[in-house]
Design a protein. Sequence first.
Length: 274
Amino acid sequence: MVSGFRRSLSMPGSNPSDSPARRRCDKPQHLRSISLPCRSHPTLSHLLDQIRSCPESGPRSPASGLDRIDRLLSALDDLLRLPQTQDALRRRPAWADRVLDGFLRLADAHGSFRSAVVAVEQHHAESRAAIRRRDPVRLDSAVRSHRRAEKELIRLATAIKDIARSPPLICSDAAEAEVAGIVADVMAAAAATLTAVFLGIAAALSSVAGSCSKSSWTAWLSRRPSKKGSEEAEMAAMEALEERMEGLEEGSGRVFRSLVNIRVSLLNILTPSL
């Protein structure tokens, strides 16, 4: 039934009456037959499972978050290949431009994130070298770079977090409502998880910068007994950052390609063949 399918779209802990598909088209007297396969269909069932697998509290680690997003987008790509999905999209519904814009914003933000990851890895190597060589000038430069990267990641998180709370998409019939609800859920889950990933790395950078900045140049050049403890704290913060950065470059590359592929697939469906 339609209502049962719509309930399956809701995220864990949500009210069935608040599911995206229901909010987007709640006029049963005008609905025609459902065009998408039933929720037991392997492709649709797998996608709904991937949506539910994105925890509201955020991923355990940035790398695991990127892995979840990659699987989520891969499942959406499979759904977009179904004729029923393409038929609903080919009419170029009013909400299509918002969906295209949403995935473009996610791809742009993620592209900037990839650049930030490369820069952070370089700054991190500089920080380690500065600590080993007890070079306060070099360390201070690396700390400033970490601060800039932290601010950039917070900016990126702010730029996409509203995608997870976008207003309802306006639908003309049940077929559009189904597709719109699923795509909106995927965008919301991807945006929320990416936001958590960005902020998680930003928090680790803040910890490293804060730990390193506690050592003034005088402390570095002196031979006070507390210097060893300060150095150990700095190295511990850096190791924590390394754990969060592990696998990010590869994972971010996969997610970026998936985001681009989704947008290309949508454009191919929505754009009439010449």
